[in-house]
Design a protein around this ligand. Structure first.
Ligand code: CUA
Length: 321
């Protein structure tokens, strides 16, 4: 993950982070209009309340209460009609902006987004490129995200672009934006989705057109890739990093660093040297032998990897000495 993400407060205000998409200004304008209106109305209401408190306070013992006003049709009409006008203006204003936010321009570039516990993956249909955690988009071009979930409800939230949309299993939701400035911005999962919800972060990298095209080439899965390079890509693509580190640290499962050729101690007391067949078995049938100190939580990847991909992951593990 990049560490150069802009802080949410950079160039933003106390209430909103920096505004970096074509319609984020409109969202902000509506937000501040409602915010200022709320403050003005609150001051008016409390002003009248304190004025009456003072005016009708009891000043001497045995003072009679002021006479109740029973009917005042003009007053009743005004306190119904004026708020109605205010909320209808807010409604149509918000509705107009909501339509703009909901309907992507015809020429928007589509990117497929998959949410799953607990990472994001992105597929770029025009180029066949794939990326995980990091979303790459060109600057100054409309981008449409077509989103779905593999398991539970997630939600894509990119504060700088003022966009947020739920990501639902067995259903596609859309979201679009046009980024106005090159840079890296935070993407959050904004729907509680289980243990690691708070770490289900992503980065949106807004690149120039030429940098974007270059990135697409890097992220494509060509047949001519060396096996270990393909393996490193698959490690990201399939989210293996969620449980297996490549630097020796323990996440959920054993690290892949130094794994190949090492002695494995199993919970049933047996022991074996990690060779190609052991690695293959651990991917296809992970429950068969559990390494001491770890839990049986991994799903089988049988049928999910082609033979070449299986080889690639094993070759990649071999390079992690
Ligand atoms: Cu995914 Cu919260």
């Amino acid at each position: 993950m990049d560490t150069d993400n802009q802080s949410l407060m950079d160039n933003g205000s106390l209430f909103l982070p920096e505004s970096l998409s074509t319609f984020s200004q409109d969202v902000d304008f509506l937000f501040y209009a409602i915010f200022v209106l709320s403050i003005v109305l609150s001051i008016m209401m409390f002003g009248v309340m304190f004025y009456f408190l003072f005016k009708y306070r009891r000043t001497k013992m045995n003072q009679k209460a002021a006479k109740q006003v029973i009917d005042n049709h003009m007053l009743e009409f005004l306190w119904s009609f004026i708020p109605l006008v205010i909320v209808m203006v807010i409604f149509f204003w918000g509705w107009k902006d909501y339509l703009i936010l909901s309907i992507a321009p015809e020429n928007a570039m589509e990117i497929r987004v998959t949410g799953q516990k607990w990472y994001w993956s992105f597929y770029y249909p025009q180029t066949g490129a794939e990326s995980t955690t990091d979303l790459y988009v060109p600057v100054g071009e409309p981008v449409k995200l077509v989103m779905s979930s593999k398991d539970v409800l997630h939600s894509v939230f990119i504060p700088n672009f003022r966009v947020k949309k739920d990501v639902v299993p067995n259903y596609y939701t859309n979201l679009w934006f046009e980024a106005t400035e090159v840079g890296s911005y935070q993407l959050f999962c904004a729907e509680y989705c289980g243990d690691a919800h708070s770490t289900m972060l992503g980065n949106v990298h807004v690149l120039s057109r030429s940098d974007f095209d270059q990135k697409m080439k890097e992220l494509s899965f060509g047949d001519d890739l060396p096996l270990d390079v393909l393996g490193a890509k698959l490690y990201k693509k399939h989210g293996c990093f969620g449980c297996h580190s490549v630097d020796g640290s323990v996440v959920v499962g054993p690290s892949w660093k130094g794994l190949y050729g090492s002695a494995r101690q199993f919970s049933d007391g047996a022991s074996i040297e990690a060779d190609d067949n052991y690695l293959r078995e651990s991917i296809v049938n992970p429950a068969k032998r559990i390494v001491n100190g770890y839990s049986n939580v991994m799903n089988s990847y049988a049928g999910l990897l082609e033979d070449r991909e299986m080889d690639a992951i094993i070759e990649y593990i071999k390079t992690l000495k």
